[in-house]
Write a protein that binds this ligand. Sequence first.
Ligand SMILES: NC(=O)c1ccc[n+]([C@@H]2O[C@H](COP(=O)([O-])OP(=O)(O)OC[C@H]3O[C@@H](n4cnc5c(N)ncnc54)[C@H](O)[C@@H]3O)[C@@H](O)[C@H]2O)c1
Length: 388
Amino acid sequence: MEQQQVRIGMIGYKFMGKAHSHAYRDLPMFFPNTAVPVMKAICGRNEEGVRQAARQFGWEEAVVDWRELVERDDIDVVDINAPSDAHHAIALAAARAGKHLFCEKPLALTLADSREMLQAAESAGVKHMVGFNYRFAPAVQLAKKLVEEGRLGRIFHFRAWFLQDWIVDPEFPLVWRLQKEIAGSGAHGDLGAHLIDLAHFLVGDMTEVVGMSDTFIKERPLPSSMTGLSAKGSSDGPRGEVTVDDATLFLARFASGALGSFEATRFASGHRCTNSFEINGSKGSVKFDFERMNELQVYFTDDAADVQGFRRVLATDPAHAYADAWWPPGHTIGYEHTFIHEVVELMDAIREDRQPVPNFRDGVKCQQVLEAVELSVAEKRWVNVNEL
Ligand SMILES: NC(=O)c1ccc[n+]([C@@H]2O[C@H](COP(=O)([O-])OP(=O)(O)OC[C@H]3O[C@@H](n4cnc5c(N)ncnc54)[C@H](O)[C@@H]3O)[C@@H](O)[C@H]2O)c1
């Protein structure tokens, strides 16, 4: 039987653009039983830059106008990797044109915009996926399985922290991630969004939150160039105001009765990308740290007393999600594989005519918690998530 082909049009060609391009390229080699992504066209504003990216990443064509791209008859999926302020307009236009949607997180700048995106996708009857890639690490999938099968018992605590340090230097330029009108929020929407999604995935809905937040460095030099998490700028040049949080912390109560604590910061010196969580239950606990993403620390209360303790499980055996497609046990995988697994889910969903998971509903749910925390910070009080 001939394999289904899914034609992709992608917007944005830098950090996430490269990660998604790589996923499309690698997928058919390791996951031959799903639909095949066809890398039709990549879009960016700089003609020369996007042409170079198309050549380097393996796209058939480079284009500069996303409005034309989303209308094309030879595109099935619009993959949105532009900064967050662009997601809403692109998703609405692409849904109207009947395209499936794959959008990076956070879904939009506001809860209202993200709800409109979900509504547009549902009215158009298209598939919609949001880029919470950390769900797709096999060790995280193992944590999910242990919770779902009741092997950790009743869950008491979800404790999560996402720590980076790339803007500790006050002379680091004012990149788009530090501007509210482009990014929506700072560490909160960038890093905290991943923690919130992992909490939803692993423990379920939250009912109420209370948060605190700060911006440690209020002004920075304007950048002369930027991409992803890097930028150039001069200390002698003009400066601009930082309009997002540098760090946001919050507490949460889950519908299940579990308690949650969350910390997202770009000021944790020495932490490059420490995306971690712990879950403590009546029968055991798990601990995950993205910098050791192949491992899950697992503890069971019913182990014999003389060998009790956390054990290191390497999630690379055939017993683990996605591991069969890769290398022999113990041969580890990396960051880029989370995106490949994410795209496998998108291709499977299109082939099986179902919604992928996580989808825009998960994106909206995340945005609701993000905004509930912001409201809590502004009004210095507990906020019920359903107020929003
Ligand atoms: N899943 C993750 O872990 C993760 C990691 C990083 C970024 N992100 C998200 O991905 C998105 C992009 O972030 P990034 O780090 O790749 O940014 P980036 O600055 O590296 O790249 C942004 C790209 O978008 C293009 N672009 C901007 N405006 C455009 C427009 N109007 N039309 C066409 N192209 C446009 C730029 O030319 C550039 O190619 C953001 O929403 C971000 O929050 C997610």
